[in-house]
Design a protein around this ligand. Structure first.
Ligand SMILES: Cc1ncc(COP(=O)(O)O)c(C=O)c1O
Length: 422
């Protein structure tokens, strides 16, 4: 282990910033990133398929973002006050997000999902939240219920915390359904509908596509049952389409949550939705008993807003989404061919610039089918890719900066990694 990795381990548990850790043999410290690549402190180049866990959808240090930030960092401050750039970005979000009549800022995606669930509870006067097994909604206590459980699985709709330290009461507050199973959701709502404030869903859960009719079914069930529908678009927002999952699947939720791309790599998030719901986060309405707290010291920070605006301007250019889809499709087709040629049960699932390798050839329609392959081998394959210069966490967040040659290099590394692992 080199000295800088050792320093990280001394200063932080596991030498880690988040939950994403590399095995010791391939671990490294990043020095910088440019376009489709990141470079380690030891000068090793990696084709980046993590992209900051998603925010760097247009690649690292995009010239238009760098140019915009040069001016912003003349005064790299935090005002805790309305500022022009924070307002401009809020307007861009309101104009481009199908469900948005207004937005309210957070800092992290986890803030945004927490605020959205809180707003739903305040708006409906109900307490329970229905989420889907294996859905990742961030690190708040609600989100961590049945986020990535391992078997034996409890029966639906029972939830189980995926972290220690979560209050036991949340097991009654959070109901769990299998993704893509409208019948199961209908049954849960029939039994507890009057207590459910919101159904919160990643419209494309991780890299699993919604079955035709699933999201439409959730929409009409919510309408019939007085439940708010929340799309967590922290990943899918501006990634699956300019209008996110809402545009791609033509279903409009009541609220939607954003993070990652909208801050262009700097910390910024938002909850978007109908004005009659967002109104509850109006700090001026002192008398409203349904008034909700949202806010954080750096909400609307102007430097983050500048990075977000510049990123969204690049994404709004013609051809962006066709190219992002082409990148994802090229990878999926190539990966499928590799698994088939090696005679291994494996596939790259996902759509658009989002993909994930799963070691099963059975259809992946929900969390349990997504973890039905050999997870230990899956991890080994991921680390084998890193050792071959492809940075991934098993999931692939592709960026617009990737050339076809980059994708072909990723595929050739996968071919070689498959040979070495199986
Ligand atoms: C779908 C989804 N929602 C919420 C979050 C939480 O965002 P953050 O890590 O900014 O708190 C994530 C993070 O990966 C996510 O993928």
């Amino acid at each position: 282990m080199n000295e800088i990795l050792a320093r990280a381990r001394r200063a932080m548990p596991g030498g880690a910033f988040t939950t994403y850790v590399l095995d010791e043999e391939v671990d490294f410290v990043v020095r910088n990133g440019k376009g489709s690549k990141v470079y380690s402190t030891e000068g090793v180049e990696y084709i980046d398929c993590v992209n900051g866990s998603g925010p760097m959808l247009i690649g690292h240090a995009h010239p238009e973002v760098v140019e915009a930030l040069k001016e912003a960092v003349e005064c790299p401050s935090n005002y805790y006050l309305l500022n022009e750039k924070g307002i401009e970005l809020a307007e861009m979000l309101v104009h481009s997000i199908p469900c948005a009549e207004q937005i309210k800022y957070g800092v992290t995606g986890s803030d945004a999902t927490l605020y959205a669930m809180r707003l739903a509870r305040a708006f409906t006067g109900r307490s329970k939240i229905l989420k889907f097994e294996g859905g990742f909604l961030g690190g708040n206590d609600y989100a961590l219920m049945s986020m990535s459980p391992s078997g034996p699985f409890p029966d639906f709709p029972r939830s189980r915390p995926d972290s220690a330290g979560i209050p036991k009461v949340l097991e009654d507050e959070v109901l769990i359904a299998p993704y893509n199973d409208l019948e199961a959701v209908n049954e849960i709502v029939a039994a507890a509908g009057g207590e459910i404030a919101a159904i919160i869903v990643e419209a494309q859960q991780r890299c699993i596509d919604p079955r035709p009719g699933f999201l439409e079914g959730l929409r009409s069930l919510c309408d019939r049952s007085g439940i708010l529908l929340i799309f967590d678009e922290v990943v899918t927002g501006y990634r699956l389409a300019w209008g996110g999952a809402q545009e791609r699947y033509r279903v409009t939720p009541d609220l939607a949550t954003y993070g990652k791309v909208i801050g262009g790599g700097l910390p910024l998030s938002a909850v978007a939705g109908r004005e009659e719901i967002l109104r509850l986060a109006n700090p001026r309405s002192a008398a409203d008993p349904r008034k909700c707290f949202t806010g954080s010291t750096t909400c609307g920070n102007h430097v983050a807003a500048v990075a977000g605006i510049a990123t969204l301007k690049v994404l709004s250019q013609p051809g962006t989404y066709a190219r992002l889809n082409e990148i994802g499709d090229r990878f999926r087709a190539g990966a499928g061919e590799i698994f088939q040629r090696h005679g291994i049960a494996g596939q790259a699932i996902g759509s658009g610039p989002l993909s994930q390798i799963v070691l099963t050839d059975a259809p992946v329609t929900d969390y349990r089918s997504s973890v039905s392959g050999d997870l230990r081998l899956q991890r080994k394959l991921t680390m084998a890719l890193v050792s071959r210069g492809v940075l991934t966490h098993g999931k692939f967040y592709f960026s617009l900066a990737l050339s076809n040659d980059d994708i072909d290099r990723v595929l050739s590394a996968l071919d070689d990694a498959v040979s070495s692992v199986f």
